[in-house]
Design a protein. Structure first.
Length: 147
C-alpha cells in the first residue's frame, strides 16, 4: 500500500489497507547491525506505528537475504568512550522498548542470523516465525555482556 522511511535504515510498509504494517530493517551493507542512528529510527517508527489507530499488527522483517539482524554495530561501539556508551545505551534500549510496547501484536519474521541485539529485537515481539535458515543466539554472554 504505502511506504515511509524513518532515517536511512528503517522502512515501514503498509499492507491490507494499512492494517498490517511491516517494520523493515534496511541496512544491508552491515547485515542490519544496529547503530545509534538505526536504533533512533526503529524507535521513531514504533512511535508512529503505535499512534496509528488503523494498524492492527506489526511484522518486523529484514531486507538482507542472510540476516534478520546481527545485533549492535560493533564498529561504531568500538569507537565509543565509556561516556559515549553510557549516552548511547538508552538510545539502543529505546529501539527494543519501542517494539516491546507496541499496542498491537508484533511478529518477528526471522531468516538468517538473529544475533545479540538482533535476537533481542525479535524477542521483543509477541511471536517469532523463523524459517530453516534462522540462526539465533546471544554471543555477548561469552564475553560477560548481559543481554
Amino acid at each position: 500500500m504505502g511506504e515511509e522511511r524513518f532515517g536511512e535504515f528503517v522502512l515501514v510498509r503498509r499492507h491490507e489497507e494499512g492494517t498490517v504494517a511491516e517494520l523493515v530493517l534496511d541496512r544491508p551493507k552491515a547485515m542490519n547491525a544496529v547503530s545509534t542512528e538505526m536504533a533512533r529510527s526503529v524507535a521513531a517508527a514504533c512511535a508512529a506505528l503505535g499512534a496509528d489507530q488503523g494498524v492492527r499488527v506489526v511484522v518486523v522483517t529484514s531486507t538482507h537475504e542472510r540476516a534478520f539482524c546481527v545485533g549492535a554495530d560493533l564498529k561504531e561501539r568500538n569507537s565509543f568512550t565509556d561516556a559515549d556508551l553510557v549516552r548511547q545505551r538508552p538510545v539502543a534500549r529505546g529501539a527494543y522498548t519501542g517494539v516491546l510496547e507496541l499496542p498491537v501484536p508484533t511478529i518477528a519474521a526471522v531468516h538468517g542470523f538473529a544475533l545479540g541485539g538482533g535476537f533481542e529485537l525479535a524477542l521483543s515481539c509477541d511471536l517469532i516465525v523463523a524459517d530453516r535458515t534462522a540462526v539465533v543466539g546471544l554471543p555477548e554472554v561469552s564475553v560477560g555482556v548481559i543481554p
